[in-house]
Design a protein around this ligand. Structure first.
Ligand SMILES: [Zn+2]
Length: 123
């Protein structure tokens, strides 16, 4: 792969990585034991009996549940980004995981963390 493009994509990946980590920090805490895993913080559920009505409780559960898919998507993206950065380090970046051919440069410019080439990506 073109060195200049590789450098460009690496910078893009690193920028995206810190952006996602910032985003995750807003509502999740990093699980130190499990690398790359994030837990959504349960909103102010201190377990004090009688401190909140069951209605507030339901609202908080709803809020928690609505955050989960977002956390999941960000987490998966972060995982792919980390994987891509790892591959750059090993000099194996830009190769399709399915067919082993080079991933199209145009595709990497749009999705630098892509793991599959255009032919292999699920439609
Ligand atoms: Zn492929």
């Amino acid at each position: 792969m073109d060195k200049k493009l590789l450098k460009e994509l690496k910078e893009k990946l690193e920028k995206e990585k810190s952006r996602i980590e910032e985003e995750l920090k807003k509502f999740a805490k990093k699980d130190e034991k499990l690398k790359g895993d994030w837990d959504t913080k349960f909103p102010k559920w201190d377990g004090e009996a009688g401190s909140s009505s069951s209605e507030t409780m339901a609202d908080e559960v709803e809020e928690y549940e609505s955050l989960l898919p977002v956390e999941h998507i960000l987490e998966l993206k972060l995982r792919d980004i980390n994987l891509a950065l790892e591959k750059i380090g090993k000099g194996k970046y830009g190769v399709c995981e399915k067919c082993g051919k080079e991933i199209e440069a145009e595709r990497l410019k749009t999705i630098p963390e892509a793991r599959l080439c255009l032919r292999c990506k699920p439609r």
